[in-house]
Design a protein around this ligand. Structure first.
Ligand SMILES: [Zn+2]
Length: 344
């Protein structure tokens, strides 16, 4: 089937209380793995491309891969732009055939973030494409700690890692959490369809230990009534029951990823965890087969590892068996965005 709209997929998910995984592809093997996992789980799925992935593979290559995968899939596949940095990038992706856009203006002053987001929403909605935008700041671990600090922390046991991370980055992360009244104004004035609201997660964290401000998330969802997007999910504490074993002390109002899905998280982005899984399997096969001349012998185990990891996430988010998405709506008015190559 043709690429699906993220709006159809996410509104259904919100109404039924589960979340949909938005997995970053870095290459063909990862894109195939994500779609294979979605097929096996009969789940809708969002494949998303960051600016880095677009630069690496080229916009046309990414769009072509997504179209081929979607055409052969029996489940809804969305192609989403992850962290679009400006207006032009969004226009390029709209024209290329993405079915979901994002503008990340979190480092702009609020007024400017609103102005650019509104402009993108206007052109996107003209062809029925949904838009995600960011408010508050989901920080990146590399921006918070030096490489040597990261290496030092990673060598510790898990409870010690949590303790030191809480002390070193906790206060900064807390400062960048989105505020409900601002989020409401942002949604009202831009017409954006989904909100990447910072509620405590951090991009690039290597271990699932970080708690979320679930109280703030709930307030933001209730104030805006749009599905909330999780960024930096790879590092978030998944289950509340695991907190103790990981040495995570939950403060009042804090909770896990599964707690957050109950109160508004609907699109869960996963990038770091899949990339790490891919690399781990690839490096392991390289070690087992020194001197191997066939790259496929190293990449196929990596692809299989990503299938398994993606399935785990899909089950966790509750979207298994939910492929029956409102398929209507995606036909009407999706002209520019849904045009197949050659039809423009
Ligand atoms: Zn992100």
């Amino acid at each position: 089937m043709p690429l699906a709209s993220s709006k159809d997929v996410l509104l259904k998910a919100r109404a039924e209380g589960y979340a949909v995984g938005a997995f970053n592809l870095n290459n063909m093997e990862m894109a195939q793995a994500i779609v294979t996992a979605a097929e096996e789980e009969q789940s809708p799925v969002i494949i998303q491309a960051s600016q880095g992935a677009i630069k690496y593979a080229g916009l046309e290559m990414i769009t072509a891969m997504a179209n081929v995968l979607a055409d052969h899939a029996s489940v809804p596949i969305v192609l989403h732009l992850d962290h679009g940095t400006d207006y032009k990038q969004n226009v390029k992706c709209l024209r290329a055939g993405f079915t979901s856009l994002m503008f990340d203006g979190h480092d702009l002053p609020l007024e400017e973030n609103i102005a650019v987001t509104r402009k993108i929403v206007e052109i996107a909605h003209a062809v029925n494409l949904p838009v995600e935008a960011e408010i508050g700041s989901v920080l990146t671990i590399e921006g918070l700690l030096s490489d040597s600090e990261i290496a030092e922390i990673r060598a510790m046991n898990i409870p010690a890692q949590f303790e030191i991370l809480r002390k070193k980055i906790g206060p900064t992360v807390e400062e960048h959490i989105a505020r409900p009244e601002e989020a409401k104004r942002f949604v009202d004035e831009t017409g954006v369809d989904f909100l990447a609201a910072a509620v405590g997660s951090v991009h690039g964290l290597w271990l699932d230990i970080w708690p979320l401000r679930v109280d703030r998330l709930q307030e933001i969802y209730e104030a805006t009534n749009v599905p909330i997007v999780s960024h930096g999910s790879s590092g978030v504490l998944i289950r509340r029951e695991d907190a103790e074993a990981k040495g995570v002390e939950l403060a009042p109002g804090e909770g896990s990823l599964l707690d957050a899905i109950k109160v508004g998280y609907t699109k869960i982005n996963v990038a770091t965890a899949l990339s790490m899984e891919f690399n781990k399997a690839m490096l392991a096969s390289a070690e087992k087969r020194p001197g191997e001349k066939d790259p496929r012998k190293l990449l196929d185990p990596a692809r299989k590892a990503v299938v398994a990891k993606t399935r785990e996430y899909i089950r966790l988010f509750g979207s298994t068996g939910k492929a029956e998405t409102a398929k209507s709506g995606s036909k009407e008015g999706l002209g520019g965005g849904m045009a197949k190559r050659g039809e423009e």
